[in-house]
Design a protein around this ligand. Structure first.
Ligand code: CTP
Length: 408
């Protein structure tokens, strides 16, 4: 695959050298285009030696080969790492002020930006608006990692580790795709996300710790891979992506209805929502009051339907439905069995095609930005384990899903 690696002027430019090595080791042809500012951090000789190709940041070098047009036109994938606030702004504005921004305007393949900057810059409304503009145009913008920044401060804005970026790029590197074609082009993907809330009375509910981050990352990764995405969202702590169809729900029963309806036209269903297994038998119509003259209330719970199981059963009964149904398992393991044993049992019980296992606990997974997931299939072949940010693991899951679908 022909890759253009754009490098912005940030201290994290040195990490792009390791990313370049990973691309080369995987057999890709890479041309590096650093910005002028990137040259203050890593010199041209490093990029030329590692890529084996000449390096320039000027539209006036090698004019006889029409570099400013050719590099973008010929690239299957353009990756910008680190993408500074300045580069995101120039790309969003459509400027063509150097060789890299010319190439971004000419690019016909997928463009992936991997931002790195200080937290204040990343969270500034100007940067947020530029990221939204770029995503709205189909550019893939990876979420920055959370951690130590250049100075003593830390927060979101750190460039993810090269191996994480490489994993995130898996669906785009899977090739050989014709330039501009994406792995889930023309597929409809339904993702459920967040935690359901089961009302006790008009002001109280039974809920769970799901933040919706993993489901949102999956929806974003599926959209970035070219799919038409429908997100059925229960309660989430994070905003839904802009480029997906969105249905908001509250309870498990509402989630069931929205999911069954949307699943009818979907190629893939990803059940990432944390669905309450039980709901209060009755929700009080008015606020439950504590009273000194009566006994404290006792909660009676009833079972919610298992939506994942129902999707599988309906597909068997009608011999039609989504080609791929993906379940999630949140397991802690216990004295009787480990997390993998429980996940295998769940896969068999639910009958889905793939099961993504999250190991959960007090400080694990829920609301965290990074995670480790294990993907199991029905054949019980070697489970595949992926670690990294929720975006990176989502991209790996989407890559696996794309690989499981029958070619059209
Ligand atoms: N799920 C569902 N409907 C439910 C409960 C869960 O569709 N009523 C889906 C979840 O979205 C997830 C998978 O089933 O994809 C596993 O959910 P989990 O709560 O971990 O499993 P349970 O079926 O509740 O099994 P257990 O009680 O053994 O953990």
């Amino acid at each position: 695959m022909r890759i253009v690696l754009g490098v912005g002027g940030g201290i994290a430019a040195y990490k792009a050298a390791s990313l370049l090595r990973l691309f080369k080791e995987a057999g890709h042809e890479v041309t590096v285009i650093p910005t002028e500012a990137a040259g203050k951090f890593v010199g041209r000789a490093t990029w030329e030696a590692l890529s084996g190709n000449p390096v320039s940041n000027s539209v006036f070098d090698a004019v006889e080969t029409v570099n400013h047009v050719r590099l973008g036109q010929e690239a299957d994938l353009v990756v910008v790492a680190p993408a500074t606030a300045d580069l995101l702004a120039r790309a969003a504005a459509g400027l063509a002020s150097d060789l890299l921004t010319n190439t971004l305007l000419m690019a016909r393949g997928t463009v992936v930006m991997v931002p790195a900057m200080h937290t204040e810059m990343w969270q500034h409304p100007a940067t947020a608006a530029n990221v939204a503009t770029l995503r709205g145009r189909g550019t893939v913008v990876m979420e920055p990692a959370v951690g130590r920044l250049t100075g003593p401060d830390s927060g979101p804005g750190r460039l993810p580790e090269p191996a994480e970026i490489f994993d995130f790029l898996a669906p785009y590197l899977a090739g050989p795709l014709p330039a501009g074609e994406l792995p889930l082009q023309g597929r409809r993907v339904l993702v459920t996300a967040g935690g359901t809330r089961e009302p006790l009375d008009p002001v109280r509910f039974l809920g769970n710790r799901s933040s919706g981050k993993q489901g949102v990352a999956l929806a974003r990764a599926a959209a970035a891979a070219g799919a038409d995405v429908h997100l059925v969202a229960a309660h989430m702590d994070v905003p839904a992506p802009e480029n997906v169809e969105l249905t908001r729900v509250e309870t498990a029963l509402q989630l069931r209805e929205a999911t069954l309806q949307a699943a009818a036209g979907a190629d893939v269903v990803i059940m990432a929502a944390a669905v309450a297994d039980f709901r209060p038998a009755q929700a009080a119509g008015t606020k439950i009051k504590k009273r000194d003259d009566a006994a404290d209330p006792v909660l009676t719970l009833v079972r919610n339907p298992d939506i994942l199981r129902e999707l599988v059963t309906r597909r068997e009964e009608h011999d039609a439905g989504p080609e791929l149904i993906v379940g999630f398992a949140a397991e802690t393991g216990d004295a009787e069995a480990g997390v993998l044993d429980y996940a295998r049992q769940k896969l068999a019980r639910k009958g889905c095609d793939l099961l993504v296992l999250n190991q959960v606990g007090k400080d694990l997974v829920f609301g965290q930005d990074s995670t480790t997931v294990t993907i199991l299939d029905r054949d019980g072949s070697e489970p595949e384990t992926v670690s990294g940010s929720k975006d990176a693991t989502a991209a790996a899951i989407i890559g696996r899903i794309a690989g499981e679908l029958k070619p059209r």
